[in-house]
Design a protein around this ligand. Structure first.
Ligand code: SF4
Length: 174
């Protein structure tokens, strides 16, 4: 898939939306195994360098609430769940990610859904956004955020509860 993403980027093809990407792939006569995955990989590759150059204080990291532990003590507010570093913190990936991201200067939010993500972006107007989510949610967000550098990190196990993410992959992107 890496070769294909490079080819599409080098051609200067339009992949601002999934529909535009489909048109490009039809033109090239390519049927990818998973167009959603390809779409997110394209966005990630395209924005990787510019994302890295933007100061963390101008970036937001969104985490999905489904990544919380079952007995999580985070409190739900208008801007998502607020982690209070409960007794699970030593094994909690949310805690580890937030800790690292905030030390770097990121603003972080544990959100229950895409509409809250858009409201927060509209209010805080970050220069770039990273998000952890299932592939479906990443595609929806990438299609809405066509004017801002993004990095999407797909959950390694999705669902409504007890999801998982590759911690190393997240920390590398930050
Ligand atoms: S450390 Fe934070 S996010 Fe993790 S389970 Fe505890 S309150 Fe929830």
């Amino acid at each position: 898939m890496k070769k294909l993403t490079q080819k599409i980027i080098t051609m200067g093809a339009d992949f601002s939306t999934k529909k535009a990407l489909k048109t490009t792939l039809n033109f090239l006569g390519i049927k990818p195994e998973n167009i959603d995955k390809l779409y997110i990989e394209l966005k990630n590759s395209f924005y990787r360098d510019v994302f890295k150059r933007i100061s963390p204080k101008d970036k937001i990291l969104f985490l999905p609430q489904c990544l919380r532990k079952q007995n999580c003590k985070a409190v739900l507010t208008k801007k998502g769940f607020v982690c209070n570093g409960c007794k699970n913190k030593n094994t909690c990936k949310i805690y580890k990610i937030i800790n690292k991201a905030e030390k770097l200067g990121y603003k972080t939010f544990i959100v229950p859904g895409g509409s809250m993500v858009m409201n927060i972006i509209e209010e805080l107007k970050p220069k770039a956004v990273a998000g952890i989510a299932c592939l479906k949610e990443l595609v929806l967000a990438a299609e809405s955020l066509t004017n801002i550098p993004i990095q999407g990190i797909e959950l390694t196990k999705d669902g409504c509860v007890n999801t998982d993410v590759n911690l190393k992959q997240v920390l590398n992107i930050l």
